[in-house]
Design a protein around this ligand. Sequence first.
Ligand code: EPZ
Length: 432
Amino acid sequence: MYTYIVRGGNKLNGSVRLKAAKNSVLALIAASILTEDDVILKNCPDLTDIANKLKIVNSIGAKALCGGDDIFINARNARNTGMSAELARTLRSSFVLLGPILSRFKEAKIYLPGGCRIGQRPVDIHLDALEKLNVKITNHETYLLCDAREMRGSGVTFKFPSVGATQNVMMAAVLAHGTTTIQNAAKEPEVVDLQNFLNAMGASVAGAGTGTIEINGVEKLHGAVYTPISDRIVAGTLVLAAAACGGDLTINNACPHHLNALFEILKDNYCEIEYSGDTIRVRSDGRLNALGEIASEPYPFFPTDLQPQLTALAAVCLGNTGITEKIFENRFGHIAELKKMGAKIYVDERARTALVQGVDALYGAEVSACDLRCGASLVIAAMRAKGISVIHGVEYIDRGYENFEMMLRGLGADIVRVQECKRKPLQKIFDK
Ligand code: EPZ
């Protein structure tokens, strides 16, 4: 178990270079089992979520390994042995293997991923759509048996633009007889990236990013060497950190247009954001006006994965900010921890809204991350706070941020990672 110790007050100055997006790489690893040829994914970050996905793919017989920033996968020897419940539970995104397994093996036994800290995370949209593609699904409480021997293309309309369901259906349809059209599909950049990767493998997919995706089934897919899009959530986290702490930060290898909704929120405030090509530059004095009324919604609107980090910034803005979480039913776990640091936030759980009254300063405290974006939010608050903070639960942060403390130290933050030892309570640190 690891902990961060952060002494706040430093500005963030310098530049960083983004790696591939976790939420794209996870989908592309799943897609790699659609072919018996070699697949290489380049510029990938070293994250526990990615390591766990590779472990799952290895567990069904594929050969998956990392070499530096490249991931090599060959699924020629993959067998439909069904992934273990234990492995499936380590990663919710394992459920997005269902589509490719059905395409490749025509049947699957898959464990239901279950809920997590931020919500119930049902999979009804995935299953309804697969049944429309003539997949026979029997529910055995904790797992499903799926028979896709008669799977064929069809029209499906999602009740909600689910990212995972869009990716699952794209990968189920890509080798099916006939054409599949997904209406109300997710428009996230990671869905567009999956389309581009599948087409690089010889698929025929069009429309990703528009809400309507058409997949014409093909006979076979071949290997590919592919560089996924960079991580817009890591980029957005850094933009919010620089806005909160102040400084002059340049982010390279970015896709600025993926962050238009965030830039819209921060414009005309005491935070200058310039971008051109693949570079974003943020300059801030660390004291912004309140951010207005913000709601997290499906892309291209403001992303739920930046909501906790934006809440940390709002906590030190001048005035009140209203935040509504419209994607997940329980994504305010960071607020109780921010309040330990002196944030003034009033939550209406039922309405899923938080009223953030900006304060002049936050103060160091001992806090705990409850999921990866909550962890990122607490790091931003701790870097802005006066005094020393201790952040437990760094293992959550490691799921989505590669060497986060090293990246931030390189920008001037005073943050160290320590291994928790039962003997010496961390309280000693506060006794100084
Ligand atoms: C993906 O999760 C991301 N994860 C999440 O990022 C992200 O927050 C989410 O999309 C929304 O953008 C990965 O890509 C690995 P959804 P996913 O299906 O696909 C409901 C992070 O921090 N829903 O779009 O699971 C669901 O309950 C993670 O990196 C159904 O009701 O998200 C939720 O309220 C967290 N039925 C909403 O839709 C379904 O069958 C969005 O879920 C599926 C989803």
